[in-house]
Design a protein around this ligand. Structure first.
Ligand code: ADP
Ligand code: ZN
Length: 554
């Protein structure tokens, strides 16, 4: 597909330079354009900032007819259209919250024989809910003026993805109605299963897939144990490594954002917060201050970041656990767009897992703007989504608990990409760490912990289990008379952190399940450990559990 002998090659070169002002093509751009212009269905996985827009805007410009683009957010669409108009390319958009007369005007133009639009952007619900639009597309199609259908942020189609949007599922109708019109699906994030799901839901046939490595060599990854004085640690980290440079601190809740911003301001950083309950003008103001370097640091929920193109973001810090590896990778991806070395630091504590899990189950977690329209009325869907979200979160815990394997390898494996960790060149904490590791069979410890959960009636927290296992005589232990349980103190001889590693592993592997309880009146969250009898049978039927530990642990 990289050939320069297609009938349109010359036009591509000329317009890429003249209209878009680019000197050359970026990796895969030419290939994607050639494939879609040959009439094939194409699926493109390209990291954020890779240049996906050009792969449909350039064909739209040089092909006759109108290119339909489905994009999730009106703000993104408006941004695109502004750029297109600046380049003298006529484009329009239709969205549900537009004046009816304005919509009429655009539809009338689509009906005309010499429709001036090269691109028509619509939000997905427009396709799902508007017969009028479909009729107009039909009329374009009959007149051979429907050039191509583009699905931007295509991972939103899949429930396995981290940004599922029900309206995207209805897009399969486009291929049914217009089987011969080429479809181009674009995303910056998709695992193998998400990709399969998208291809199937959209009904793409013999689809050609372009993917490039999601590795970002200039980003340095680390996971740091989160302490009570996390914000002080963050201040110190920024001071020592990125003083006066620009960065994002992702926080879980709105309150966390505000607290973090306040603390860092006190420490002398130029800092502001950003989250979903601020009014749009306020948000726009903060974003602008940040783009113009009037402030360096934004403490934000994941509501911040889409469509942000600041090239010199030097650090992305996660103040608490992200909700999926995909989301984490995308959030980190906002650092170092200019290719310069940048840091991605995640502050991890197991207790954040309980907190995030609870927020997910309550639907209380702030979402990226793409998913905020998600429809809760459909029960079977919500149950499935909840399950997917919990699973995604567990994988994230697993990533954080791992202090052995290359961070890049772990992230890329999630995207189905093989990575040779020697290429990491010690740019992640685990590769940098020279401690040697030993493998240890922890099956007996695991069995004892499971046994202990049963002995204490499946009513206590993981913290409590560890206390009893280590032989604590704390008030709490005594109150429950757990000092009398037969396995009390059975793990006394183990090195610090060893039992908790095993316990967390049992949760990650689904032998034990954290059941998050309703928060009390103070809003705090508690959780109790339960045994997954089905899985645990394997453990007692001879399955071994081997974990790696720093060789200082015997
Ligand atoms: P994506 O949608 O993949 O995140 P965009 O399409 O928004 O990326 O492109 C990111 C930036 O790269 C834009 O500023 C765009 O103008 C620029 N760009 C795209 N293709 C090229 C190219 N071939 N040469 C130079 N700049 C490019
Ligand atoms: Zn590494």
């Amino acid at each position: 597909w990289s050939s320069r002998d297609f009938p349109w090659t010359n036009k591509l070169e000329v317009n890429n330079k003249k209209v878009f002002g680019n000197h050359s093509f970026r990796p895969n751009q030419r290939e994607v354009i050639n494939a879609t212009m040959s009439g094939c269905d194409v699926f493109v996985l390209m990291p954020t900032g890779g240049g996906k827009s050009l792969t449909y805007q350039l064909p739209a410009l040089i092909c006759p007819g109108v290119t339909l683009v489905i994009s999730p957010l009106v703000s993104l669409i408006q941004d695109q259209i502004m750029h297109l108009l600046q380049a003298n390319i006529t484009a329009a958009y239709l969205s549900a919250n537009m004046e009816w007369t304005e919509q009429q005007e655009i539809l009338r133009e689509l009906n005309s024989d010499f429709c001036k639009y090269k691109l028509l952007y619509v939000t997905p619900e427009k396709v799902a809910k508007s017969d009028v639009l479909l009729r107009h597309l039909d009329s374009l199609h009959v007149r051979e003026l429907l050039a191509r259908i583009v699905i931007d942020e295509a991972h939103c189609v899949s429930q396995w993805g981290h940004d599922f949007r029900p309206d995207y599922q209805g897009l399969g109708i486009l291929k049914q109605k217009f089987p011969n019109t080429p479809v181009l699906a674009l995303t910056a994030t998709a695992t193998a299963s998400v990709k399969e799901d998208v291809v199937q839901a959209l009904g793409l046939v013999n689809c050609i897939v372009f993917r490039q490595s999601f590795n970002r060599p200039n980003l340095w990854y680390s996971v740091i144990p989160k302490t009570r004085k996390c914000l002080e640690d963050i201040d110190k980290f920024i001071r020592e490594n990125h003083f006066d440079e620009c960065g994002i601190i992702y926080c879980l809740s709105r309150m966390d954002c505000e607290k973090a911003a306040e603390k860092l301001q006190e420490c002398g950083h130029k800092c502001a917060f950003y989250h979903g309950s601020m009014d749009p003008a306020q948000r726009a103001f903060v974003q602008k201050q940040w783009s113009k370097d009037e402030i360096n640091i934004i403490c934000a929920t994941v509501a911040f970041g889409m469509g942000i193109n600041k090239p010199d973001v030097r650090f992305v810090i996660h103040h608490s656990l992200p909700k999926s590896i995909e989301g984490y990778h995308q959030e980190c991806g906002r650092a170092g767009r200019d290719g310069q070395r940048s840091s991605c630091v995640l502050y991890y504590s197991y207790s954040d897992y309980i907190r995030v899990k609870h927020m997910i189950s309550q639907g209380a977690i702030e979402q990226s703007p793409m998913t905020s329209g998600y429809n809760r009325s459909n029960m079977t869907n919500s149950a499935r989504i909840l399950e997917t979200n919990s699973e995604n979160l567990l994988r994230m815990v697993c990533y954080c608990e791992n202090d052995v394997d290359c961070r890049r390898l772990l992230q890329l494996a999630h995207f189905g990409e093989k990575f040779n960790s020697s290429t990491c060149q010690k740019t992640c904490d685990n590769c940098l760490n020279n401690t040697t590791f030993i493998e240890k069979d922890v099956t007996e410890i695991a069995k004892q912990l499971v046994e202990l959960v049963k002995l204490t009636g499946q009513k206590v927290s993981s913290f409590h289990i560890l206390e009893v296992y280590r032989g604590s005589l704390s008030q709490m232990v005594k109150k429950h008379r757990h000092e009398t349980v037969s396995l009390h103190g059975a793990g006394k001889h183990l090195a610090k952190g060893e039992a908790s590693r095993v316990l967390h592993h049992l949760v990650v592997e689904d032998f034990l399940v954290e059941e998050v309880k309703k928060s009390d009146i103070y809003g705090s969250v508690s959780s109790i450990l339960k045994v997954n009898e089905f899985k645990v049978r394997n453990l007692f039927a001879g399955r071994r559990i081997i974990l790696r530990f720093p060789s200082s642990i015997k």
